[in-house]
Design a binder for this molecule. Structure first.
Ligand code: MRU
Length: 359
């Protein structure tokens, strides 16, 4: 059964609580857009594509709750709701992509009665949810050929069903390769400090019966040296126009290790993660999170009080270390400035709309 990361329901937007996994499978239902902003900030929902759709649903919820009596009041309220969503997390560009898409929809509805605006925005957010799953399936189809016929594949963080509306980006490629009969074994980096690898990637892969080994982050070099890893595949939070990739902190280290060991390093991400307005990785804003995520594990201190701590949530892997980028419209290869802009312009085949129509 497909994991339901987030869903629009008659009682609100429901999220699986990712802060509680893997020990507890519980759900949080948000009835206001402020609550949705909080669950994004607190990482009840996380992962770039999931954050984008969560923000869209939060906006739809905010507008649905609106009692505005004039188009001007509704517009002001709408922009405030969008601003609240935009202030949650800075790195994943999917968040801003989703807000822009909702703004475009809103503007197309000028002069339409409030009830119809509300319904159209709910429909748009739900459409984005359905599209995300179709996009992940398309990425799986595109990327499966890159996976080895058999052997270990290393991933970092969680770029799976839990980071999306279902199926996953990097893990979607792994799932598709396994569906094609490939014999893969996933090595999941633990991913300190938030443990998305050991808590979330391992949880969803074990649930699917996919052979999985968790390693702590400092083991990946040794495991590569033993010849156990045939490919690395990760997701992304933002890909700059030149192909530099922002992803979970530690991804850069893995990419360097992969290069040293002659192992291909792949990134799987929807085109909504590509940010043509950001020329290179140095310009990607990197979220700094609470030092307590580093100093404490499950509420217990792991460092002496008063020590200084850094907690950047993401790092940037230069395009030179990236073997290929899997998107729903095909695979981009270096030089990325050209290959990504061609894909963004709509070149290459997309099976996404066909998948959606077939539903
Ligand atoms: O801080 P998180 O858990 O939101 O970070 C998530 C990642 O870095 C993922 O690898 C990325 O969003 C891609 S998810 C398909």
């Amino acid at each position: 059964m497909m994991i339901e990361t987030l869903a629009w329901t008659s009682s609100g937007v429901r999220f699986i609580d990712q802060t509680k996994l893997p020990t507890e499978e519980s759900y949080v239902t948000c009835t206001t857009h402020e609550q949705v902003a909080d669950v994004i900030r607190n990482m009840v929902v996380r992962g770039a594509p999931a954050i984008g759709v969560a923000a869209a649903m939060g906006i739809a919820l905010g507008v649905t709750n609106s009692r505005a009596e004039s188009p001007g009041a509704l517009e002001r309220e709408f922009e405030e709701i969008c601003a609240t969503m935009g202030e949650t997390r800075p790195t994943a560009v999917n968040l801003f992509w989703a807000i822009r898409r909702m703004q475009k929809k809103f503007r197309s509805l000028s002069g339409v009665p409030l009830a119809q605006v509300q319904q159209a925005l709910v429909d748009e957010a739900r459409q984005m949810h359905a599209e995300d799953i179709a996009i992940n399936r398309a990425m799986g189809r595109e990327g499966a050929a890159l996976m080895p016929v058999a052997g270990g594949v290393l991933t970092h963080c969680n770029a799976g069903a839990l980071a999306t509306c279902g199926y996953g980006t990097a893990l979607g490629v792994v799932r598709a390769a396994i569906e094609q009969g490939k014999n893969l074994h996933v090595y999941a980096d633990e991913t300190r400090p938030f443990l998305q690898g050991s808590r979330l990637t391992a949880w969803e892969l074990v649930k699917d019966g996919i052979p999985t080994t968790v390693i702590s982050d400092n083991m990946s070099g040794a495991i590569m040296r033993q010849g156990k890893i045939k490919a690395v595949i990760v997701g992304a939070d933002r890909i700059a126009a030149n192909g530099d990739v922002a992803n979970k902190i530690g991804t850069y280290t893995v990419a360097i290790l992969a290069r040293e060991h002659g192992i291909p390093f792949y990134v799987a991400a929807p085109l909504s993660t590509v940010d043509p307005d950001t020329t290179d990785g140095a310009r990607i804003p990197i979220e700094q999170r609470n030092p307590a995520e580093v100093t404490h594990i499950a509420g217990r201190p792991m460092t002496p009080a008063g020590v200084q701590v850094e907690n950047p949530a993401f790092d940037v892997t230069p395009a030179t270390l990236v073997t290929a980028i899997v998107t729903e419209r095909g695979i981009a290869r270096p030089p990325y400035r050209e290959s990504l802009s061609k894909l963004l312009a709509g070149e290459g085949q997309s099976s996404v709309s066909a998948t959606l129509k077939a539903k």
